[in-house]
Design a protein around this ligand. Structure first.
Ligand code: RNT
Ligand code: ZN
Length: 413
């Protein structure tokens, strides 16, 4: 018997079908963020990061051009099993002859066509999209959609509207709806005098962005945040603001697990939102003491998040995307580690006797609920994971060797 066959029978004894788990896993798309490859810098030359998000580290060989980023994505994706989507920020526009002439309020689908071609070449499931409301000179006094300066506010509204149009085309190009996530950096470092008016302006701006969007191909989402570096005292787009906004406008909430107080868990928020929303979007990250965007590891909270997706039968309701950026290590290894861990967590959840565990809870058999869950932790999960990688044609534990070999061929610095 092979390692996998032994595992299969071990799981079968618990009533878990490993084959069903493997087929299900292969169907769950993961949105992989383009911005891990270049420290969230982008191509539109608008400037470095600003507004409460920060990349730390200066590991060499980051991708500096479209060609370099494509090569790195190709390499990273070859190490990631399963169904993949590419998550793009508007700042990765390929402006060509429009460079220096067209600003973010003038971007159109043509500036993203080279990305569509690339995603098709890689056989991806689709592209998700994000307006980029940061790292740009038109961010005025730290504000965008909530700015009291009407010229600034309308510039960013127009950017948002353009992005909705681009997203509709992206959706059509892949015949899969495109998730458009709105995150803005707006907030104040110190105690504000007025917490309401900026929120009213944000509400108005969002309404303007959402006016007449293509409901068939675009899934709009709003992402809240508790605080950012330099924006510690007040965040315009807070959790309560966006949850109410999304609920009243029939759009989606995006939960980033780095964006809450350390003892608030996104795994618990997923089922709370599933009770009211048809779809919930995620940014899976790992915050170390703050929203530090460390690489996702195979740790408890990511397992818990995956369990909430799987056992609530919500694999087509929860839109999974990754959002981390570590510039202190090889960026391809960062991409591959986090994306593989998301897949691992989903497989781990798919291999639990979820029906039986729910029954134990309903029967108030809390002793068995605890002991069965504990026993599951030492089942031969690794054998099923390795089987998955080999069926997907993706390298196993020696994958970092491939990254090192690739890195040695680059000669970028
Ligand atoms: C920032 C948000 C946001 C960004 C990306 C680049 O705190 O998490 O989602 O990380 O859009
Ligand atoms: Zn995020």
């Amino acid at each position: 018997m092979t390692y996998y066959e032994i595992a299969k029978s071990r799981y079968a004894a618990l009533g878990v079908d490993t084959e069903a788990a493997l087929s299900k896993l292969a169907e769950i798309p993961i949105g992989i963020h383009c911005w891990q490859g270049d420290d969230v810098i982008g191509f539109d030359g608008a400037g470095g990061l600003s507004g409460g998000i920060q990349t730390t580290g200066n590991y060499p060989v980051r991708a500096r051009t479209f060609e370099e980023l494509k090569a790195d994505i190709r390499m990273a994706f070859s190490l990631i099993p399963g169904k993949k989507r590419l998550n793009l920020h508007a700042s990765y526009a390929i402006l060509g002859e429009d460079a220096g002439k067209t600003d973010r309020d003038g971007y159109t689908f043509k500036h993203f066509l080279p990305w569509v071609e690339f995603a098709k070449e890689l056989g991806l499931d689709g592209i998700d999209f994000n307006p980029t409301f940061f790292g740009h000179p038109r961010v005025k006094d730290g504000l965008t959609l909530s700015s009291p300066d009407e010229g600034t506010r309308t510039f960013w509204v127009e950017h948002g509207r353009r992005c909705m149009e681009i997203a509709a085309e992206l959706g059509k190009a892949f015949q899969k709806p495109c998730l458009v996530n709105i995150w803005i950096p707006d907030g104040f470092k110190d105690v504000p005098a007025d917490r309401l008016t900026p929120r009213l302006r944000l509400k108005k701006s969002l309404d303007e962005i959402l006016r007449g969007y293509d409901k068939e191909w675009v899934i709009p989402a709003v992402e809240s945040k508790v605080f950012g570096i330099g924006v510690e005292s007040y965040t315009v787009g807070s959790n309560e603001f966006y949850q109410n906004y999304a609920a009243t406008r029939g759009i989606c909430c995006l939960l980033d697990n780095g964006h809450y107080h350390p003892l608030e868990y996104v795994s618990d928020k997923i089922p709370a939102l599933l009770a009211f929303y048809d779809k919930v979007a995620l940014h899976v990250t790992r915050g170390v003491r703050w929203d530090s965007d460390h690489v996702v590891l195979f740790e408890d909270e990511i397992k818990e998040i995956a369990k909430e997706i799987v056992r609530n039968d919500a694999t087509d309701k929860v839109l999974i995307g990754l959002d981390y950026f570590d510039a202190s290590i090889n960026r391809i290894a960062a991409w591959a580690t986090g994306a593989r861990n998301m897949q691992k967590a989903l497989l781990y959840a798919l291999l639990l006797p979820n029906g039986r565990l729910k029954t134990l809870q309903d029967e108030a058999n809390f002793t068995a609920l605890m002991t069965v869950q504990e026993e599951c932790k030492t089942l031969p999960f690794g054998a099923v994971w390795e089987e998955y990688l080999s069926r997907c044609g993706v390298r196993g534990a020696d994958w970092p060797d491939a990254v090192r070999a690739y890195e040695n061929t680059l000669g970028r610095n």
